[in-house]
Design a protein around this ligand. Structure first.
Ligand SMILES: Cc1ncc(COP(=O)(O)O)c(C=O)c1O
Length: 443
């Protein structure tokens, strides 16, 4: 692959943009950070015109495929008549009606990013309960606002402290230290710690904020019994259960993780798949709780909330997800890809787990014990996957070379694309680990 133009552009980018990227997660090093100029369906092209099968999908939003014609057409038509009016538009009503039907939530407010949606969810929960503290789980990521930036997917697992008394590991400089006092950080899927924390502090909790599947740590799935216990404890102690459905919403089922697990949240934050890549998000919840959002009482707002571009993209995307077999198709093809990758690794005796669900999974090397939380994820060999990840990219399969970030599938990943991917995965395994030589990891 040629990288001449990509490298030249990246040097140019660094002159004006810190690290040449507009989000820290996009920086892969001076020699490896991609510059993409075009996408169509399941493919993207970099600045040197190298074509990749895309499994990053913009960190998950592209549920239908890049430049999906029905979505771009709807947006292109809508913007001819203006994009922002500081007033409700008919398309926002259309989105809200479909959104509430699909998710089972009573009321919804649109915003622009997952960060904003979670931030509002937490504020609403605090206003509703009149309490301030909340629980979040190790490895869960809820966006870039201070209250939640502890013990997330970038934390050094060795810094997390004893399981029975977890530390709150800061994810960034620049936050007031006292912010951590509002947070109780717990290991994911740990029933005992959950019970103990509620028994000791349940009356002080405004909310539990949880990713029902760890969209930023290998797609680790919540244990159903644990999730049900969480639901019961929140009900018993009057705590607002907030699902962060930013990655699971409209991806793991039409009604997101709530439908997938059959467990209802009180409030949920959505973004990503809701707009097929256009910046749209939502905070939604039960009538009684959303009723606190009231002028002069609980602030929710923003100049661009519900703008015509975002709302039109959501209207088109949700209509397609609701009326076509988008989820079923992605699940079937994702399952074939997960099984195919697993079989190729097994043929070479490479110890591995393919974790997560078909629309959002990770390939983990160095152990065959499925991870259940951030601590057990950290026993896998990220560097070993890094080698495979780089070989995949060199073979035209664009994944994150960090195994925490899942592979995502879209409706445009056809059976032919999956077959093409598996051929490339086989070559990449040979490139990364050598031909035929069986490889056994120490772990
Ligand atoms: C589960 C989850 N919540 C929240 C966010 C933040 O969303 P945004 O980047 O749109 O602010 C992300 C982003 O990746 C996410 O994965």
């Amino acid at each position: 692959m040629q990288h001449t133009r990509t490298r030249a552009l990246f040097e140019e980018a660094k002159k004006y943009i810190p690290y040449g990227v507009n989000s820290n997660f996009r920086y892969w090093g001076d020699d490896e950070t991609p510059i993409i100029y075009r996408g169509e369906g399941a493919h993207v092209w970099d600045a040197d015109d190298n074509r990749f099968i895309d499994y990053r999908l913009g960190f998950g939003p592209i549920i239908l495929g890049h430049a999906y014609p029905a979505v771009t057409r709807r947006v292109a038509e809508a913007i001819q008549s203006g994009v922002l009016f500081a007033a409700t538009t008919p398309v926002e009503i259309e989105v809200a009606e479909r959104f509430t039907r699909m998710t089972g939530m009573d009321k919804v407010r649109l915003s622009n990013t997952g960060t904003e949606a979670n931030m509002h969810a937490l504020r609403i929960a605090r206003a509703y309960t009149g309490r301030e503290k909340f629980i979040k789980f190790e490895g869960n990521y809820h966006g870039n606002f201070d209250y939640v930036m502890f013990s997330g997917p970038t934390a050094n697992a060795e810094m997390l402290g004893p399981r029975a008394k977890p530390h709150r590991v800061s994810a960034t400089d620049g936050m007031p230290l006292s912010v951590r006092n509002f947070l109780i950080s717990l290991p994911y899927n740990d029933m005992e710690m959950l019970d103990r924390t509620f028994a000791e502090q349940g009356e002080e909790l405004a909310a539990v904020l949880v990713e029902p599947m760890m969209g930023n740590v290998a797609g680790i799935v919540a244990d159903l019994a644990w999730l049900r216990r969480l639901r019961d404890l929140c009900t018993r102690y009057g705590v607002v259960l907030i699902f962060d459905e930013v990655k699971t919403g409209f991806r793991v089922a039409r009604g997101g993780a709530q439908e997938y697990f059959g467990v209802r949240a009180d409030v949920a934050a959505y973004a990503k798949a809701m707009g097929n890549g256009f910046p749209v998000a939502a905070v939604a919840g039960r009538n009684a709780i959303m009723a606190v959002v009231e002028p002069g009482r609980v602030a929710h707002g923003g100049t661009y909330c519900g703008n015509v571009v975002a709302a039109s993209a959501a209207a088109a995307t949700l209509e397609i997800i609701e009326s076509q077999p988008v989820i079923e198709t992605i699940v079937a093809r994702g399952r074939a890809l997960m099984d195919g990758i697993s079989a190729l690794l097994a043929q070479r005796s490479i110890v591995h787990v393919v974790s997560g669900v078909p629309s959002m999974f990770s390939v983990l090397l160095g152990s065959d014990k499925a991870p259940t939380d951030y601590r057990s994820y950290s026993t896998f060999d990220a560097e070993l996957f890094g080698k495979l990840g780089k070989a995949l990219i060199a073979n035209g399969v664009l994944v994150d070379d960090d195994p925490r970030e899942p592979w995502f599938l879209s409706y445009s990943h056809s059976e032919a694309v999956i077959a093409d991917t598996l051929t490339r995965v086989e070559t990449a395994i040979n490139d990364a680990f050598g031909k035929r030589k069986p490889l056994r990891s120490a772990a």
